[in-house]
Design a binder for this molecule. Structure first.
Ligand SMILES: [Zn+2]
Length: 583
């Protein structure tokens, strides 16, 4: 290989990854750098992985970092938490070796054991400072009988165990699965899809091929093109798994081994497929201006995760709905569940969606006992904002256009034509273009403000309404959440703002002993038979000492929605519903 002059010099970089101690969760990584002409070389490891907005300090997993030139040791100084400085004075090449510990099961962290290695590349491979534009090759030496590598990175020649990345943004956006995974494939249009299943499971390959292709086609219909020629789903099946992480030409999904055999589990898996695959457009290509090119060493702030994640969360269920594989009631139930999540989170009245996005790094990714009172999910609330905007556009255009047109327009305009991310104002202008009206009021209420969302105004456009089953019932509620401490013992895990427990001073970590002298053995029956307005005595143990708290029971602040059809629909409502839900 040879390269023209680059920021860090014409360096040629190759990695070799082996697993001599896979049983102890280690990868041994050798990084060979040729073409050196500088006295010092700073090697850096990213502190976060794009798509997961938390500084994770991956360099905590690095040990035994050494460098050598031929058989001579080369001096190395660690100069920051994630920077190793190699003294390359007078050297044209250097070989760096380090060991990486990988034992955190998640879609955004590396994991190695004797059954497989999941290489979350951004957390494992060093880059030369100033050299993110450089290509590299990665040679994998599998452990024992491992026989496959699954990644969206291209092979070098016909060596299935050596892959190449044109630059570090691509390398860090291309996780690598190594092991004995069950691989199957299918095509959608001109694109070849590979599914690499780790961990076994009750999946039916033929059914998945058909249904995944169906979901994917719904998404291609929105954006009008599929920018990938090849796409890889890496699926980790565990006893209990969930979540996913999007990448440019691949994704990593966490799934539950047995979920495929229940209808709800299967629909949930297709929803996850829809979500992560939708991201290949929304956030990986059509993106907020702050999310790329990435700064891998610090937080990258954006107020637009309610679009990047929330719109994706809206479209995941909607695209599954459009496959017609499940009844429309499933979609409406999921929507009602989003309404419940929002309205049953007191933080929705405190934290605007734009701030939920901005503070993801310190709030949603670092939840604590008070998060429910101070934060709101940009997933659920962003999805409902998307629903409201979608219905606004469909209604305003008598069913001719929808949020789909906004997504396609923004993708073309910013990813393809302008080749950059969008600003807050530009995305807003994109929606306004199709809604045919200014959205200042909508933004100040629901995006930058904390007004209660008027679900029914928008649902009515499609002839539906959300009904709160608790409204009209005078239900008493302590307003606390509990966790089991031991058999028959419970402690308070959170106290919801605006409830009896909040007003009368029940604290997180209080162990609940009794209510009016009746021992607490089941959280569900703790206030059985009580009425709103009753004054009760709640006995707790706080920091080892008994304490009795007088509490006046207030009416619950919780909601429980279901979505119903209105009667006597107008032709306009029928047209909106048809466009929205494809029924
Ligand atoms: Zn997402």
């Amino acid at each position: 290989m040879s390269f023209t002059s680059q920021a860090a010099g014409p360096l040629q970089i190759s990695y070799t990854v082996s697993f001599p101690e896979a049983q102890a969760h280690y990868a041994d990584i050798e990084m060979e750098i040729k073409g050196l002409a500088q006295p010092r070389l700073n090697l850096k490891l990213p502190v976060w992985t794009p798509g997961s907005y938390l500084v994770r300090e991956f360099s905590k997993n690095v040990e035994s970092f050494t460098a050598q030139s031929g058989s001579n040791a080369v001096n190395v100084n660690k100069t920051s938490k994630n920077t190793w400085q190699v003294n390359t004075q007078g050297l044209s090449s250097v070989k760096v070796k380090y060991r990486f510990y990988a034992f955190e099961i998640s879609v955004r962290t590396a994991f190695i054991d004797v059954t497989h290695a999941f290489l979350s590349t951004s957390g494992m491979f060093f880059y030369p400072e100033g050299g993110l534009n450089l290509p590299s090759t990665i040679k994998i030496k599998p452990y024992k009988n491992w026989d496959k590598v699954s990644t969206s990175l291209a092979m070098v020649g016909d060596d299935a165990f050596t892959v190449k990345a044109p630059n570090y943004d691509i390398l860090y956006d291309s996780p690598i699965e190594v092991g004995n995974q069950d691989v199957f494939d299918f095509t959608v249009g001109q694109t070849r899809y590979e599914v690499a299943m780790y961990g076994g499971g009750s999946y039916d390959k033929d059914r998945l091929k058909k249904d995944m292709a169906n979901v994917i086609q719904q998404e291609i219909n929105i954006f009008g093109e599929n920018p990938n020629k090849r796409y890889v789903f890496i699926v980790h099946n565990y006893a209990r798994g969930g979540g996913g992480l999007e990448h440019l030409s691949s994704t990593v999904l966490g799934a539950s081994r047995n979920a495929y055999s229940t209808e709800a589990g299967y629909e949930g898996f297709l929803g996850l497929v829809a979500h992560e695959h939708f991201h290949l457009w929304n956030v990986k290509r059509l993106r907020p201006v702050a999310l790329g090119p990435f700064d891998y060493e610090t937080e990258n702030y954006t107020t637009n995760l309610w679009i990047a994640e929330g719109f994706t969360a809206y479209y995941d269920n909607l695209c599954v709905r459009r496959t017609q594989l499940f009844p429309v009631e499933h979609y409406l139930d999921a929507l009602a569940a989003d309404f419940n999540t929002i309205d049953n989170t007191p933080g929705t009245k405190i934290q605007p969606l734009s701030q939920s996005s901005f503070d993801a790094w310190i709030k949603s990714y670092r939840p604590d006992e008070n998060s429910v009172n101070t934060t709101i999910s940009y997933y659920n609330k962003g999805a409902v904002a998307a629903m409201m905007l979608d219905l606004e556009i469909i209604n305003a255009t008598q069913g001719r256009q929808s949020l789909d047109d906004v997504m396609r327009y923004m993708y073309n305009e910013y990813y393809k034509v302008k080749k950059r991310g969008y600003t807050d104002a530009e995305f807003k202008a994109g929606i306004e273009k199709f809604a045919g009206k200014k959205l200042d009021d909508f933004y100040s209420k629901y995006i930058n403000g904390v007004d209660a969302m008027d679900y029914n105004k928008y649902l009515a456009y499609a002839g539906y309404k959300a009904v709160d089953e608790y409204a009209g019932l005078n239900l008493p509620d302590l307003g606390i959440r509990m966790l089991p401490l031991a058999v028959g013992k419970y402690k308070v895990s959170s106290v919801l703002r605006g409830t009896s427990g909040w007003a009368d001073g029940i604290n997180v970590n209080d162990e609940l002993v009794s209510v009016d002298g009746v021992p607490v053995t089941d959280p569900k029956t703790i206030i059985a038979g009580k009425q709103v307005g009753d004054k009760i005595q709640v006995a707790v143990i706080r920091d080892g000492l008994p304490l009795t708290l007088p509490v006046t029971l207030l009416k619950t602040v919780m909601v429980k929605y279901r979505i119903e059809s209105l009667t006597g629909l107008t032709p306009q409502q029928i047209a909106v519903r048809k466009k929205w839900l494809k029924i």
